[in-house]
Design a protein around this ligand. Structure first.
Ligand code: PRP
Ligand code: URA
Length: 208
């Protein structure tokens, strides 16, 4: 597998405004929703199609639809919900898993507080979403939970990644393709992505 960088000019433009510390909470949330539509487009670009027979107002035809079972979007709470919302606008029939994790500020290890996923995830494509891949501890743990329940076809979608996180993630889950809008310079001593955009959850919800 590997890493795909979504370099579309609209994605890069919106990401720059999100990074700006003066962007408001409302603006940040709106941009995250907009960017999620563009990222969803890229992460689903290669889905297989199959023809079905339909009747147009003029004639019958064979026309393509997405093959296989409905997708599952798995949101790592809280910030994952900012990506999830737009993705569900594009793929309204998708099933949804919620994985509640927060980073302990001292250890940077994920603390789990919630998990709810559809029962039959085994034969479905699962797209795990979280705007930030920093140490990758949260994403690694979330994906391990899904694999423990039998999932085997998984992609990970984020907005920003640190090189350290990419390396740890691809070592832990070499079978999972990562999609991101950018890979930044490094992690600081507190585990924040630099230059980054700060704490995505806090910026989305006006907390801190
Ligand atoms: C943030 C982010 C990721 C995690 C990334 O969540 O949304 O889940 O940190 O860091 P990592 O790669 O080092 O694990 P946070 O723990 O701040 O929780 P929140 O979404 O509830 O704000
Ligand atoms: N989580 C965030 O929200 N931002 C970072 O820079 C690192 C982890």
């Amino acid at each position: 597998m590997g890493v795909t960088i979504v370099s579309h000019p609209l994605v890069q433009h919106k990401l720059t405004i999100m990074r700006d510390k003066d962007t408001s909470t409302a603006g940040f949330r709106r941009l995250l929703k907009e960017i999620s539509l563009l990222l969803c487009y890229e992460v689903t670009r290669d889905l297989q199609l199959t023809n079905i027979r339909i009747q147009t107002p003029l004639t019958e035809m064979d026309s393509p639809v997405i093959e296989g079972k409905k997708l599952v979007f798995a949101s790592i709470l809280r910030a994952g919900n900012g990506l999830l919302e737009g993705m569900l606008d594009l793929v309204p029939a998708a099933r949804v898993a919620h994985i509640g994790l927060y980073r302990d500020h001292e250890t940077l290890l994920p603390v789990e507080y919630y998990f709810k996923a559809p029962e039959d995830i085994v034969n479905r494509l699962i797209i795990v979403v979280d705007p930030m891949l920093a140490t990758a501890n949260s994403a690694i743990a979330a994906i391990q939970k899904l694999k423990d329940r039998g999932a085997s076809n998984i992609r990970f979608l984020c907005l920003l990644a640190a090189p350290e996180g990419i390396e740890r993630f691809t070592n832990a889950h070499p079978d999972v393709q990562v999609f991101t809008a950018a890979i930044d310079s490094h992690l600081n001593e507190k585990g924040y992505i630099v230059p980054g955009l700060g704490d995505a959850g806090d910026r989305m919800y006006g907390t801190k």
